[in-house]
Design a binder for this molecule. Structure first.
Ligand SMILES: Cc1cc2nc3c(=O)[nH]c(=O)nc-3n(C[C@H](O)[C@H](O)[C@H](O)COP(=O)(O)OP(=O)(O)OC[C@H]3O[C@@H](n4cnc5c(N)ncnc54)[C@H](O)[C@@H]3O)c2cc1C
Length: 436
């Protein structure tokens, strides 16, 4: 897709449309969701994306009910062809294998989805454009523009070999992914104490597995050539089109450091039955990997006119490595905040509204992420998921459901059942962070 509006008009003229109410940098799930919700609120929003759609993004392509909830809130047609539904998860650990259906909750749908990011991001960007956002692709943001107080007032960008451009807006949303270049340029640094996970994935042609109704997760992967459990898990996500997305993600191990993901993937796939087809001759494309910024590892989420959403704000869940739904949800909150801020006069009142964004994000996920960061440090990065998925847990439907809902952050609040009650209480009891 190239720089088109909802009515298909070309908006590629570099001399027009460089002013906006809000500039969103990056049209991944975070940026397109933010742009969609801003446009819905009637805000003039400019969405700048360095690539052209459709384009690949390294990902597992799996969507839990939380992410589906965000798609439904945006009115994306998930009944159209190409969306692969999942009923739940199949966990494999040692000799044990269990199926856990997505729960029936009041707030979230009881199904998940899978969709390749080549399509997914294109669909979301088009959806934002259809709502009224102005999308400019092939525009790589290079630096913030700031006023004398250091507040962001726009961005400079390079555009496919043409003259560099300057775009201006009173509020800017950074949705440029894990590199977080815009945040960095504004002095918002990563918390060096927080670990960064890495993940790698590859597509395989596997008619046998492609139509499966469960997202499959393997918890008993090991460091290549050793007995140590990998602090992470492997996945096989059915794409419904004859392919599966296969990958693994891991934290650095406390004692053994980072695993070589490609070797770990090969070692694991060699264990899978040949009829599944997860072998070199069925592979489509190379193994590709990327970093996973977890557990709010970059703060503050708002500073000097710039709001961080999605991976640029380190919003991937430390519990399960999921980041698409989180990026979309944060995009919605950031959009609402920016729209309210623009309705306030420039100055302290507007600033107060913008500062409510990190407060709201912390209210939603602060305690849950702190608990997840502690679990990652104390359990997952030492021994992976294997001790959690022990024989006792694997044989108890109640403990399994509790664990699954904890990992995917699926509860109703106020609580409707005992699991909601246990999980909501556990999260409530997490101590507030110490002020540094
Ligand atoms: C191997 C792997 C597997 C994963 N599997 C899953 C999964 O199954 N489910 C899940 O929920 N999450 C998964 N994740 C995490 C998920 O991919 C991310 O959390 C999600 O993509 C974050 O969305 P985002 O919009 O914040 O960033 P991104 O998706 O990275 O989008 C950022 C956008 O900004 C653009 N951009 C960057 N710099 C600039 C610039 N200077 N100027 C203009 N545009 C710019 C990029 O081109 C891109 O379009 C996985 C991650 C990896 C690495």
């Amino acid at each position: 897709m190239r720089e088109t509006t909802s009515d298909g008009q070309d908006t590629a003229d570099p001399d027009t449309g460089t002013e906006a109410g809000v500039i969103v940098v990056g049209a991944g799930p975070a940026g397109s969701s933010a742009a969609f919700h801003l446009a819905q609120a009637g805000v003039d929003v400019l969405l700048l994306e360095k690539t052209h759609f459709p384009r690949e993004k390294v990902c597992g392509d799996g969507l839990t009910p939380r992410a589906v909830h965000q798609l439904i809130r945006m009115g994306v047609d998930i009944t159209a062809p190409g969306w692969m539904r999942s009923k739940g998860m199949r966990w494999v650990a040692g000799k044990h294998q269990v199926h856990i259906d997505w729960p029936s909750l009041g707030r979230y749908p009881d199904f998940g989805l899978a969709r390749g990011r080549e399509d997914f991001d294109d669909i979301l960007a088009r959806h934002a454009v259809a709502a009224g956002a102005r999308l400019r692709t092939g525009v790589k943001v290079t630096a913030p523009v700031t006023d004398r107080a250091g507040r962001i007032t726009g961005v400079t960008a390079g555009t496919d070999g043409k003259e560099p451009l300057e775009f201006r807006a009173p509020v800017v949303i950074a949705a440029d992914g894990a590199s977080a270049r815009l945040a960095l340029a504004m002095g918002v640094r990563r918390d060096a104490r927080r670990q960064i996970a890495t993940a790698a994935r590859r597509y395989y042609r596997s008619p046998e597995r492609s139509q499966e109704e469960y997202l499959e997760l393997w918890a008993d992967l090991r460091f290549p050539g050793s007995d140590h459990y990998l602090p992470g898990y492997g996945w096989i996500f059915p794409m419904g089109d004859g392919r599966v997305n296969v990958g693994l993600g891991a934290l650095p191990h406390r004692r053994h450091g980072k695993a070589e993901l490609r070797a770990a993937l090969d070692q694991w796939l060699a264990r899978t039955p040949p009829e599944w087809g997860l072998r070199e001759e069925n592979a489509e494309g190379p193994v590709r990997g990327a970093a996973l910024p977890l557990g709010f590892n970059r703060r503050p989420l708002y500073a000097k006119g710039l709001l961080l959403v999605g991976d640029s704000g380190g919003m991937i869940s430390p519990w399960n490595g999921e980041g698409i739904g989180q990026a979309m949800e944060a995009g919605e909150v950031a959009a609402e905040t920016a729209a309210l801020a623009l309705a306030a006069p420039r100055g302290p009142r507007r600033e107060r509204v913008l500062h409510s964004y990190p407060v709201e994000m912390n209210r939603r996920w602060g305690s849950y992420y702190r608990l997840g960061n502690a679990a990652a440090d104390l359990v997952f990065s030492r021994s992976g998921f294997q001790p959690v998925l022990n024989r006792y847990v694997m044989n108890s439907p109640f403990l399994l459901s509790t664990l699954a809902r904890l990992l995917a952050n699926l509860t109703d609040n106020p609580s409707h059942d005992l699991i909601d009650h246990l999980l909501n209480t556990a999260v409530r009891l997490v101590p507030a962070p110490r002020r540094s």
